[in-house]
Design a protein around this ligand. Structure first.
Ligand code: PRP
Ligand code: URA
Length: 212
C-alpha cells in the first residue's frame, strides 16, 4: 500500500493485546463486545488529539487558574450499522456530551456493494467534528458511502475510525476522501474471495450481537 498522509495506524501494546482477544474465534460475545468498546476508547484518546477546546477559569482552593476544556457540542459520532454501534459507548465514555447519528448500510452478499437503509443525523452536524465508526474497513465501500452522505449533508470535518483495516479499503477511502483522517489500529494482510479481511476477526456484526 502506498503511503498516505491522512492514514494513522494507532499501534500500542495495549491495543495489540486487545486485538489478540477479538481475533480469537473462542472469544465469546460478552467479551468480544467489551473489548471492541475498550478499543474504541483507546483509539478515541489518540484520534481526538485535535478536539476543539475552549478556555475556562477554574477556582482551585488556593487561587484561580485558566484551564482548557473540551468544547461542548463540538463532536458527533456516526456508527455505521450494525457493527459500528459496538464502538459508540467506548467513545462516549471519553466524550459523554457527543451527539450520535446513525447510518445504516449493509454489504450485498454477491456484489459486496453497500446498500443504504437508514440515515438519521443530529441537527447541526455540519458544524461538528464527525467521527464515523465501523470496526471493519474491508473493501472500503461502506465507509466511502457513509462519508459521501455526510459531505452531502454539509459536514466539513470528518474522521473515520476502524479497528481493523484492509489495505484495499484503506486505500480506497484515502484516495476518495483525502481530506478525511483515517484511524485504524492495525493494517491486515488482504481480503479473501468473499471480501472478508485476513487474518481479520470474522464478521464483526455477528460477533458483537451474537447473531451467528
Ligand atoms: C460489515 C462491517 C462494515 C462493512 C465493511 O458490515 O461492519 O460496515 O461490512 O465492509 P466494506 O468495507 O467492504 O464495505 P455488514 O455489511 O456485514 O453489516 P452488519 O454490520 O450489519 O453486519
Ligand atoms: N465485514 C466484517 O464484519 N468482516 C470482514 O472481514 C469484512 C467485512
Amino acid at each position: 500500500m502506498k503511503e498516505y498522509k491522512n492514514v494513522y495506524i494507532l499501534d500500542h501494546p495495549l491495543i495489540r493485546h486487545k486485538l489478540a482477544i477479538i481475533r480469537d474465534k473462542n472469544t465469546n460475545t460478552k467479551q468480544f463486545r467489551e473489548v471492541i468498546s475498550e478499543l474504541a476508547t483507546l483509539m478515541a484518546y489518540e484520534s481526538f488529539k485535535d478536539v476543539p477546546t475552549q478556555k475556562i477559569v477554574v477556582e482551585t482552593p488556593l487561587e484561580t487558574v485558566e484551564q482548557t476544556v473540551v468544547k461542548e457540542n463540538s463532536i458527533a459520532i456516526v456508527p455505521i450499522l450494525r457493527a459500528g454501534l459496538g464502538m459508540v459507548d467506548g467513545i462516549l465514555s471519553l466524550f459523554p456530551a457527543a451527539k450520535v447519528g446513525h447510518i445504516g448500510l449493509y454489504r450485498d452478499e454477491e456484489t459486496f456493494e453497500p446498500k443504504e437503509y437508514y440515515c438519521k443525523l443530529p441537527v447541526g452536524i455540519e458544524e461538528k467534528v464527525v467521527m464515523v465508526v465501523d470496526p471493519m474497513l474491508a473493501t472500503g465501500g461502506s465507509a466511502c458511502d457513509a462519508i459521501t452522505m455526510l459531505k452531502k449533508r454539509g459536514c466539513k470535518k470528518i474522521k473515520l475510525m476502524s479497528i481493523i483495516g484492509a489495505p484495499e479499503g484503506v486505500s480506497k477511502v484515502a484516495d476518495a476522501h483525502p481530506d478525511v483522517e483515517i484511524y485504524v489500529s492495525t493494517l491486515d494482510r488482504c481480503l479473501n474471495e468473499h471480501c472478508y479481511i485476513l487474518p481479520g476477526l470474522g464478521d464483526a456484526g455477528d460477533r458483537i450481537f451474537g447473531t451467528k
